[in-house]
Design a protein around this ligand. Structure first.
Ligand code: ZN
Length: 303
């Protein structure tokens, strides 16, 4: 449309539409949602299944680190008032366990149950299950199946819509998986090595035949911290293995990772989505979009 078509009235209409768009953006949370999901990942998978059938609230939103999240009084009220709470489990949203327990909420479903877990290290160096399961889209499909069951039980009259949406989204995750395989196959085999900020990409690495060389925070939790000795060893390993890049996440400030990249003269990619999805309309605000966004950045940096 050319500028000359815009009457003053047209401007008013556009302005009103923009204001409406802001009011309806995904940043806005329903005050008392039907369903509450603990993380942005569980929220997105739930939206994929629920469509517009139920309202969904999220506790730890896009760009926020769930490992160290502190719940607000409003979070507790929304958890208590919902028909159903969906959690990631495996320790990722453990900071919310007390709030959920004291909220009076009785219907709490852990959507990662039954997924085969890899082991990593806790923040104090003990073996611990890795909660970042959704970085393998086949695990995301298991989460979708758990969400269908939970939603269908809470809202039985909408079960057929949930089943159809879940089948569609499962197909989308299969397509995404194939596309990621293609991207990583374009990386020379010798370059398929990853150093990450914290140990968040183990399931992706396993699924796509990459090698995990190490992490700046050698833990599946961002609360961990490497010793000076461990960081020095990591630098030696990076040089010995010819690692091309360090991969950090958008939800954690990668100060030490930047220093190591500088000292070892390798690239740093500081905007992967590890523990959180992207903001609305970033293209990484769905699980499939986030996985592809990460895969593209990884493939580009390792070429
Ligand atoms: Zn994490």
């Amino acid at each position: 449309m050319s500028q000359s078509f815009l009457s003053p009235f047209g401007f008013l209409v556009l302005a009103a539409a923009t204001a409406l768009g802001v009011a309806c953006s995904d940043n806005e949370q329903p005050a008392r949602p039907d369903v509450v999901a603990t993380t942005s990942i569980v929220t997105a998978l739930t939206k994929a299944v629920a469509g517009n059938e139920v309202t969904i609230g999220t506790i730890v939103g896009p760009g926020i680190d769930p490992h160290e999240y502190e719940a607000s009084a409003d979070d507790a009220a929304r958890i208590g008032a919902a028909r159903l709470v969906l959690r990631n489990g495996i320790g990722l949203d453990a900071s919310l366990d007390k709030v959920i327990a004291s909220s009076g909420q009785k219907v709490v479903v852990t959507v990662t149950d039954g997924i085969q877990l890899r082991r990593g290290e806790s923040e104090d160096g003990h073996p611990e299950d890795d909660p970042h399961v959704w970085h393998n889209p086949m695990n995301a499909k298991i989460m979708v199946a758990a969400i269908v069951t939970a939603l269908s039980s809470a809202f039985p009259d909408k079960a057929s819509a949930f089943a159809k949406n879940a089948a569609d989204y499962g197909a989308k995750l299969d397509t995404t998986d194939a596309e990621i395989k293609r991207l990583i196959e374009g990386v020379p085999t010798a370059n398929r090595k990853m150093v990450t900020n914290h140990d968040a990409f183990g399931y992706f690495i396993e699924r796509y035949g990459l090698t995990y060389v190490g992490a700046v925070i050698p833990s599946v939790s961002t609360a961990g911290e490497a010793s000076a000795k461990e960081l020095a060893e990591l630098q030696v390993t990076i040089k010995r293995e010819g690692v091309k890049a360090i991969f950090a996440e958008s939800s954690v400030e990668p100060k030490v990772a930047r220093e190591i990249a500088k000292d070892t003269k390798i690239a740093i990619v500081d905007d992967l989505y590890g523990d959180s999805l992207g903001k609305p309309r970033s293209g990484a605000d769905t699980v499939d979009g986030m996985l592809l966004s990460n895969a593209r950045k990884i493939a580009n940096a390792l070429k």
